[in-house]
Design a protein around this ligand. Structure first.
Ligand code: NCD
Length: 353
C-alpha cells in the first residue's frame, strides 16, 4: 500500500506520470467517468479548507466514486476525546482511501501507521501539504514547460507555510533550480527545512526581505498568505500581516514569462488588479488541483501490495520531540518513534527527556 504523506514519497518519474495522467483526464474526461465506481473516499478535515476538500470531493465524484467525511473536528468524535489513530481505524473500515487535514504536525504519519487503506496528507499544521505541491507542479509544467533551470521566488510566510515546505522539497530535486526566499526576519524558512533541502550546497538559494529587488530575476513568483492561525502572538500577526502586497506596478520589471502562483486563499498579498495580468495563474492552478487529485486517487487505489517506507523509525521512550506542534506530544498511546534522532512524525529533532 502507498500513502502520500510527504511529496518525497513520490519519485520525479512518478510525479511526471501523475501530470501525464491528469493531462489525459483533462483531454478525455469521459474515459475516466466510471473508473472508481463502488469506491469511497473519506475526507477527514480537522481544520478549515475550501479548495483542498472540495477538489478532492469533485475528483472522486468525477471518477464515479463516492465521498464521506467531515469538514470540522467539532462534528466528529474528536470533540469527545477520540484519538486520531482510533478515528482512522474506523474510517479505514468505511472507505477505500482517506484524505486528511489536521492542525497537528505528523498526524498523517500517525494515521498511516494504523490505516488499512492509503492515506493522503491534505495538510498537517505548518509542516507539509504535498497535494498542493502536486497542484503547483502541474501548473509549473504547463506554464513554464519544465522543472529545471528555474529561479523560483517564494514570498510571505515561509515559517508556517506548509505549501512552501513541500514545494521546496519537490523543486530542490531538479537541476539548476535557484530559490529566492522573500520573507521578513520573523517568518524566515525554518532551519529543519533549510538543512534538509537547501544547505550544504544541496540547492542554490538566497534570502531577502525585498520583493521589489527579487522580482526581475524570477521565472516563478509563489506568493503566500501570512498564516494567522499559527501565530501564538496576535500582535505579531497584526504587525506582519501586510508585509508583502503584490500590485501591478511592482510587475513593471518582471519577466514577460513570469508565472505568478498562490496556493490560495489570498488575503491581501495579491492585489485584485493583478488578476487580469496574463502572468497571474493562481485561479487556473486551483482548477488544475481537481485533475491532479483524480490522477493521485487512481494511482493510490492501484498500488496495493507495494511496501510503504513509513515503517521506518524505532520506539525510544528516552526521547521526546522538540516540536510543540507535533501530534506525538498529545496523542494518547502513540509510539514515540525516532530515526537518526529525528521524530518520525514531524522531522524535527528529539531531545532526552
Ligand atoms: C493552503 C493551506 O491550507 O496550507 N491552502 C490550500 O490548501 N490551498 C494555503 C493557505 O491556507 O494559506
Amino acid at each position: 500500500m502507498r500513502n502520500l504523506i510527504d511529496i518525497l514519497d513520490f519519485s520525479t518519474a512518478e510525479i511526471d506520470s501523475l501530470i501525464e495522467v491528469a493531462g489525459d483526464i483533462i483531454e478525455n474526461p469521459e474515459k475516466y467517468r466510471d473508473v472508481c465506481h463502488g469506491k469511497i473516499l473519506g475526507t477527514l478535515f480537522f481544520e478549515p479548507s475550501t479548495r483542498t476538500r472540495l477538489s478532492f470531493t469533485s475528483a472522486m465524484m468525477s471518477l464515479g466514486g463516492q465521498v464521506l467525511g467531515f469538514d470540522n473536528a467539532a462534528s466528529s468524535s474528536t470533540a469527545k476525546g477520540e484519538t486520531v489513530q482510533d478515528t482512522i481505524r474506523m474510517v479505514s473500515a468505511y472507505s477505500d482511501i482517506i484524505a486528511m487535514r489536521h492542525p497537528k504536525e505528523g498526524a498523517p504519519i500517525a494515521a498511516s501507521r494504523v490505516a488499512t487503506v492509503p492515506v493522503i496528507n491534505a495538510g498537517d499544521g505548518g509542516h507539509y501539504h504535498p497535494t498542493q505541491t502536486l497542484t503547483d507542479l502541474i501548473t509549473i509544467k504547463r506554464k513554464s514547460g519544465r522543472f529545471d533551470n528555474l529561479t523560483v521566488g517564494i514570498c510571505g510566510d515561509l515559517k508556517y507555510g506548509r505549501t512552501v515546505h513541500s514545494l521546496i522539497a519537490a523543486m530542490s530535486r531538479y537541476e539548476n533550480v535557484k530559490f529566492v526566499l522573500i520573507a521578513p526576519e520573523e517568518l524566515k524558512l525554518p532551519d529543519y527545512v533549510k538543512e534538509e533541502f537547501l544547505g550544504d550546497g544541496k540547492c542554490e538559494y538566497v534570502e531577502t526581505e525585498s520583493l521589489e529587488d527579487a522580482i526581475p530575476s524570477l521565472d516563478i513568483l509563489y506568493m503566500t498568505r501570512i498564516q494567522a492561525e499559527r501565530f501564538q502572538d496576535k500582535d505579531e500577526y497584526e504587525r506582519l500581516k501586510d508585509s508583502y502586497i503584490l500590485e501591478l506596478s511592482k510587475l513593471k520589471f518582471a519577466k514577460p514569462t513570469l508565472s505568478i502562483l498562490h496556493p490560495l486563499p489570498r488575503v491581501n498579498e495579491i492585489s485584485v488588479d493583478v488578476d487580469d495580468d496574463p502572468r497571474a495563474h493562481y485561479f487556473e492552478q486551483a482548477a488544475l488541483g481537481r485533475y491532479i487529485r483524480m490522477a493521485l486517487i487512481l494511482m493510490l487505489l492501484d498500488t496495493h501490495g507495494i511496501d510503504d517506507k513509513r515503517t521506518v523509525g524505532k520506539e525510544d521512550a528516552t526521547l521526546e520531540c522538540t516540536n510543540p506542534h507535533c501530534l506525538s506530544l498529545t496523542e494518547r498511546g502513540i509510539k514515540k518513534l525516532f530515526n537518526n534522532g529525528k521524530c518520525v512524525y514531524c522531522d524535527q529533532a528529539g531531545k532526552k527527556k
